[in-house]
Design a protein around this ligand. Structure first.
Ligand SMILES: Cc1ncc(COP(=O)(O)O)c(C=O)c1O
Length: 352
């Protein structure tokens, strides 16, 4: 039988996600708060006025205009995608040749490796230093040695919650020839966006999404900001109608009401502080500070925690790969006060 598969695809595992059948879902860094009812009604009314027989606005012009207002970046320097997942794919299609080197600090978001492998690139993960400080010198040295095409900096980082200081990002921009992708999927939870770099450096792109702080993971809307020439290149690989009309309508409503939606971050950040403090009081080996809507910790009781949570109908993220010293890692998304209370009760039982 002929094998038609591209060699770089053969060893990849399909990213299959079963619909989560749990009462409390805290495994995917989603916002626990749904789109408010009044905004859903506005969305329904907008749909009633939509000609659904027509293709979407291919350039998402109204949405980009609002994103430009929100970020302070010219709308011509913005491209939208079906989640930032699609944007990462577009970055690879636009800039990565087979055999190029792509670098990320590790651990970080898995899609960087997946999409660069699909592009036939050589992906290099630079392990964090002690306490999950990214190895900035290691990233720069590796990029220079291999003439890296792309460096991903996840800021704040999924899963560790680490926030890069601006000077580290600038150092990487200035001391390598790579195109540096700063993924700010969770930045609203900290509020220190580095998006202005796109007007000062020719080798940076910033990724953002409505999936997390805006609480709109279901609509699949991500966007990328960058120097005009790089964004123009990405338009060459964009499929014409990638962002469907329903997504554009919902995203436009979300941006018009952004003060209301982003106002909910305050509650989540109060909860984050509460959960973090409670975790520090448990005999967990390492609990890491976080700038995102999740907390990462390493423990010898990872399996027991995962089992106990599931038994109570709670889904968290337990990283199966064991760490040195019998430890494994857990990432807890911050939920509503009731959800966090339930999670902390289970943890207290496991450690009792
Ligand atoms: C760091 C990071 N970037 C990008 C994404 C993708 O977000 P989306 O495709 O929903 O915009 C995620 C999702 O979890 C993420 O953690």
């Amino acid at each position: 039988m002929i094998d038609y598969t591209r060699s770089c695809i053969a060893n990849l595992e399909a990213y299959k996600v079963a619909p989560p059948d749990y009462d409390i879902i805290l495994n995917a860094n989603e916002n626990p708060y749904d789109f408010p009812k009044a905004l859903k009604e506005e969305f329904c009314a907008a749909i009633m006025d939509t000609a659904m027989n027509r293709y979407p606005d291919a350039s998402a012009s109204e949405l980009r205009h609002l994103l430009g207002q929100y970020t302070g970046i010219n709308e011509d320097q913005i491209i939208c995608g079906c989640g930032s997942d699609e944007i990462i794919a577009m970055i690879n299609q636009s800039f990565v040749n087979p055999g190029d080197t792509v670098i990320a600090h590790s651990p970080s978001f898995s899609m960087y490796q997946i999409w660069s492998s699909i592009a036939g690139a050589s992906f290099m993960a630079i392990p964090d230093k002690k306490d999950h400080y990214p190895d900035v010198e290691g990233i720069i040295n590796c990029a220079r040695l291999h003439n890296a095409k792309i460096i991903y900096l996840c800021n704040p980082n999924n899963p560790t919650g680490y926030l890069f200081p601006r000077h580290d990002i600038v150092q990487i921009l200035e001391e390598t020839n790579a195109l540096v992708i700063v993924d700010e999927a969770y930045m609203e939870f900290k509020g220190e966006s580095q998006v202005d770099l796109v007007n000062n450096y020719s080798n940076v792109l910033v990724l953002k999404t409505l999936s997390k702080a805006f609480g709109l993971a279901s609509i699949r809307c991500g966007y990328c900001l960058g120097p005009q020439n790089l964004i123009d290149m990405m338009y060459k690989v964009k499929s014409p109608y990638n962002l469907n009309t329903l997504t554009q309508k919902a995203a436009i409503i979300a941006l018009r009401h952004r003060r209301k939606l982003l106002g909910r971050i305050k509650t989540l950040n109060v909860e984050r502080r509460k959960v973090y403090k409670a975790l520090l009081e448990l005999p967990i080996e390492h609990v890491y500070p976080t700038a995102a809507n999740f907390i990462y910790f390493e423990t010898a009781k990872g399996d027991a925690i995962d089992r106990a949570m599931k038994a109570k109908g709670i889904l968290i993220k337990h990283f199966a790969n064991p760490l040195p010293g019998d430890l494994s890692a857990v990432r807890l998304t911050i939920g509503t006060p009731d959800e966090n209370h339930a999670v902390l009760s289970v943890l207290k039982e496991v450690f009792a």
